[in-house]
Design a protein. Structure first.
Length: 317
């Protein structure tokens, strides 16, 4: 695997992908266990895709709804520039979450949402877009699940509009500036160079790795195919340059909060604390619940959706 792909996937660090539950075939479909899951927008799980025009960005944001949404469905916010439904489809369809609605929102610049003329470049900016969606839906407050970058966006959402969030579940989200391995690598490349050359090279490296069995690399490659590379770069910069007070804001909230680690990244085992892998003792001291997802690294619900669904169901009730 090349240096570029290794940096994106966090090789040798917290995000080291070792699961082999997924692969990318010639038809670009992901396979998990005995279930086939296309990662294309046309095959999103759920009864419908909805959309909302955001005048500030002159763009349309889109989301996928699954199950009933009459009573505060769970809002799912995906990883960095990932399409939301493929990120969470196996989780929300798990029997542990039967009867629980889901709203899976694509950030501007990724998934089925429009590519904005000016990419959203902060987690608070993305949170403001999510606010518009939730205000449009009505019926809150909502429990919010955020994975990786989605965890940071979820925290910003909760402090921007606390009336909209009833509980937070953050799955290896960044709490302090500095970024993870992938965001640091992308941020280190000047944006014009990234758009003109580095993005395509990175996708090629990830696809090449998938052909030789790198499951998570294949998922990342497919998730980023067709996205706005400027938006991806902006998201990486936003994670590296997170507000210094984000962790304090999270720790000081009074709503139920849970932080989920992949088992292979648990600092109590690895001895490593990073911007996206905080010290569990600091969290528990502030009343944040801590859970561990068995058998995974940063790929989390992409490798163990059943285990993640059970955590979501247990935490959110």
């Amino acid at each position: 695997m090349s240096v570029r792909a290794c940096a994106v996937l966090g090789c040798g660090g917290a995000g080291n992908p070792t699961q082999r539950l997924y692969r990318i075939d010639d038809d670009s479909a992901g396979i998990m266990g005995n279930q086939r899951h296309s990662l294309s927008v046309e095959n999103y799980v759920g009864p419908r895709m909805d959309n909302l025009y955001l005048d500030k960005h002159k763009s349309v944001i889109r989301w996928q709804s699954a199950g009933g949404i009459a009573v505060s469905p769970v809002v799912y916010l995906p990883g960095m520039s990932f399409p939301a439904a493929p990120n969470f489809r196996a989780t929300v369809s798990d029997p542990a979450l039967d009867g629980r609605g889901a709203v899976m929102i694509d950030y501007l610049g990724s998934g089925a949402s429009d590519h904005a003329i000016a990419p959203v470049d902060t987690m608070a900016g993305h949170a403001a877009c999510i606010v518009a969606v939730l205000d449009h839906l009505g019926g809150g407050p909502f429990p919010v699940v955020g994975y990786s970058m989605g965890g940071s966006v979820a925290i910003e959402l909760a402090r921007l509009r606390p009336d909209l969030v009833s509980a937070l579940l953050v799955a290896e989200g960044n709490l302090i500036p500095g970024g993870g391995a992938g965001s640091r690598f992308i941020e280190s490349v000047p944006v014009e160079e990234f758009v003109a050359r580095a993005f395509d090279e990175m996708l090629k490296d990830l696809r090449d790795g998938a052909k030789t069995g790198d499951a998570f690399g294949g998922i990342v490659a497919k998730s980023w195919a067709g996205i706005d590379p400027r938006a991806l770069h902006a998201n990486a910069v936003g994670l590296v340059d997170l507000p210094a007070d984000l962790m304090a804001a999270f720790l000081g909230m009074t709503i139920p909060r849970t932080y989920v680690y992949g088992e292979k990244n648990d600092p109590r085992v690895t001895g490593k604390v990073t911007p996206d892998i905080p010290d569990p003792a600091v969290l528990t001291t502030a009343g944040v619940g801590v859970r561990v997802l068995a058998g995974t690294g940063h790929e989390m619900m992409l490798a163990n959706p059943q285990g993640f669904a059970k955590i979501v169901a247990d935490v959110l009730g």
